[in-house]
Design a protein around this ligand. Structure first.
Ligand code: COA
Length: 339
């Protein structure tokens, strides 16, 4: 039987400082009612000075290893678009901080789809025998890249990290990643981007502009793309693994806007109540959003062992990804603010 990646443990963290809608409304032309009704977000967590993406990733990774009951892996994959620095990757730092030794470690840059891209890379490494056990972390600290004057991004994004330990097993075990659908469209690059800091800007001959260090987003177009791409990718995935929408107990979709979640449910023919909603507590945490939502749902026993879970994500790139599993019997600790 084919060697398959199985979910063995999960862990997640957010920084302790919570930033309420009212706090943002003190400096931006916005208000709590608009943010709640147009996005579903009530609060989010932002890091304090001195905390990096690597710190969050390490804390989430430690909890995932504990949840899986292991202290070693063969590979660490960190999905992030806000790494500690442009070079080197942050994953080796995370592996070292976790005391995992000189294991293979690399970053994946796929914005809000990064965690599912990471699961796919880990599943490939396990299937091919490159690794027997993999730690996949999704972590982002977008608060350091938000233009404080930009109400379309500042109200949405929160910081956080979520991690999963995958082990080798068989496709018929609970927790097996049953298949993937992945895609990208570089023609949409400018819809959500940090324009500065890379070779395009550095090689332009122009002095770097401080504004280009901020994330910009064309919200309306991203909304439309998010809905269409997550629905289409989910449908392809379900067909590939032989599930219908009626088989899906829970859908963990990228948490950007509750209206996006409802529209994806409508397009897929899923009850809206099947969509996990965690963004009200943490905002859009980019690569961390799916593992955070799953951790929250597992701890509250919304998701139970045996439930069929569809995961789907969309983000900058453009990039999108979907996968699915039957939820395994695992011990998951509540989301921590202990970084
Ligand atoms: N507070 C108050 N009013 C706001 C506002 C805010 N934060 N942001 C926009 N508005 C206003 C606009 O000025 C506009 O006013 P007008 O009708 O008088 O011109 C109105 O609200 C609607 O603006 P619009 O840009 O159409 O808002 P929206 O409903 O599309 O919501 C987002 C904006 C950013 C919340 C929404 O587009 C979104 O969630 N996009 C998707 C993000 C995403 O999926 N990212 C993907 C992965 S990262």
């Amino acid at each position: 039987m084919t060697r398959t990646a199985i979910l063995a443990g999960m862990g997640a963290v957010v920084p302790p400082r919570s930033v309420e809608n009212e706090e943002l409304a003190r400096t931006l032309d916005t208000n709590d009612t608009w943010i709640r009704t147009r996005t579903g977000i009530r609060t989010r967590h932002w890091t304090d000075t001195g905390t990096s993406t690597g710190d969050l990733a390490t804390a989430a990774g430690a909890r995932a290893l504990k949840s899986a009951g292991v202290d070693s892996v063969d590979l660490v994959i960190l999905a992030t678009s806000t790494g500690n620095q442009p070079m080197p990757a942050t994953a080796p730092e995370v592996a070292a901080a976790l005391g995992l030794g000189q294991v293979a470690a690399y970053d994946i840059s796929a914005a809000c789809s990064g965690f599912l891209y990471g699961l796919s890379a880990a599943a490939g490494a396990i299937a091919s025998g490159v690794a027997g056990r993999v730690l996949v972390v999704g972590a982002d600290v977008w608060s350091t890249r938000l233009d404080p004057q930009d109400r379309s991004t500042t109200i949405i994004f929160g910081d956080g990290a979520g991690a999963a330990v995958l082990r080798a097993g068989h496709a018929d075990e609970p927790g097996a990643l049953l298949g993937f659908d992945l895609g990208s469209d570089g023609a949409g690059r400018e819809l959500a981007q940090v324009a500065g800091g890379g070779s395009r800007e550095r090689g332009s001959g122009r002095p770097p502009s401080p504004e280009d260090a901020y994330m910009t987003m064309q919200g309306k177009e991203m909304f439309t793309q998010a809905v269409n791409k997550m629905a289409a990718s989910s449908e392809l995935l379900l067909e590939r693994i032989g599930w219908s929408a009626a088989d899906v107990d829970w859908c963990a979709a990228h948490q950007a806007n509750v209206r996006i979640l409802h529209t994806v449910a409508d397009l897929l023919g899923l009850e809206r109540s099947r969509m996990l909603v965690h963004l009200d507590k943490v905002g859009n945490t980019s690569a961390a959003s799916i593992p955070l939502a799953l951790t929250d749902a597992a701890v509250s026993e919304q998701i139970k062992a045996g439930d069929r879970v569809l995961m789907t994500a969309f983000g900058g790139g453009l990039s999108w990804a979907s996968t699915a599993m039957r939820w395994p019997e695992i011990d998951v600790m509540e989301i921590s603010t202990d970084i």
